[in-house]
Design a protein. Structure first.
Length: 242
């Protein structure tokens, strides 16, 4: 669970991380004292949701969880069922549009890799065109080592021509992730008629960025707090205070 504290003007004051496995036994961070409200994006299930709300209740902080909608903050949600779009993806798209107001591919490289295309419609608003969900780096590595008898887990590094199993798995996983991003960039460029920006977030974003450089993709930005920033924007639009 990644958390951030913002003041009324939307500036990030402090942030931190609590692993999901430690949530149930954790105490609320001292930095939360004095916060007036909390807005939550949770895609990890009811157990995690209960633990988060328990921490907030201990500090007497009122909270609510966002839901993906058909439109918000001048962004149209093009998902077939808008409410089924992951709230983390929705918040990231909201923040990306607020910052760039231009076609971009919004990437979150975490447990899963999400690669979402954000375009511009005829009236100048942002529109989520669709996206990909791919296993993240660790999931790819784990799937190979757990499902293949002759492959054991060994650390690797990126090589153009891997000559060890560890290097082959590591390079292969990152290459698959970079390929998914590159494919979406090419499609969005064709759709929008201009080179889109690639916005990278998530724990493995720096590793993915290094791999994308090898694809000669230069129009990239690292955005560490994209989801948190999106939550602030959604809260302001909903009139819940900040």
């Amino acid at each position: 669970m990644k958390w951030g504290i913002f003041h009324g003007l939307g500036e990030l004051k402090e942030q931190g991380v609590i692993t999901n496995s430690a949530l149930a036994s954790s105490h609320a961070p001292d930095a939360w004292q004095g916060c007036t409200s909390a807005v939550i994006s949770n895609v990890a299930g009811e157990s995690v949701a209960g633990s988060i709300k328990g921490l907030l209740k201990a500090q007497n902080i009122p909270s609510y969880s966002i839901k993906s909608s058909a439109q918000a903050c001048n962004v149209i949600n093009g998902y077939q069922l808008p409410e089924k779009l992951g709230t983390d993806r929705w918040a990231a798209l909201i923040a990306a549009w607020d910052q760039y107001h231009a076609p971009c591919v919004v990437v979150n490289a975490g447990t899963a890799l999400t690669v979402d295309a954000l375009g511009v419609n005829k009236d100048g608003r942002g529109i989520f065109l669709g996206g990909l969900i791919v296993p993240g780096l660790r999931l790819m590595e784990q799937s190979l080592t757990s499902a293949t008898a002759d492959i054991s887990h060994t650390s690797g590094r990126v090589q153009y021509f891997p000559t060890s199993t560890g290097d082959a798995i590591y390079t292969g996983a990152l290459s698959a992730m970079a390929g998914a991003v590159n494919s979406m960039l090419v499609k969005l460029e064709h759709h929008a008629g201009q080179v889109p920006c690639c916005i990278l977030s998530g724990g493995d974003a720096p590793l993915l960025q290094d791999m994308l450089v090898r694809y000669q993709i230069e129009n990239m930005v690292l955005a560490e707090n994209l989801v948190l920033q999106g939550l602030v924007l959604l809260e302001k639009e909903m009139g819940k205070g900040a």
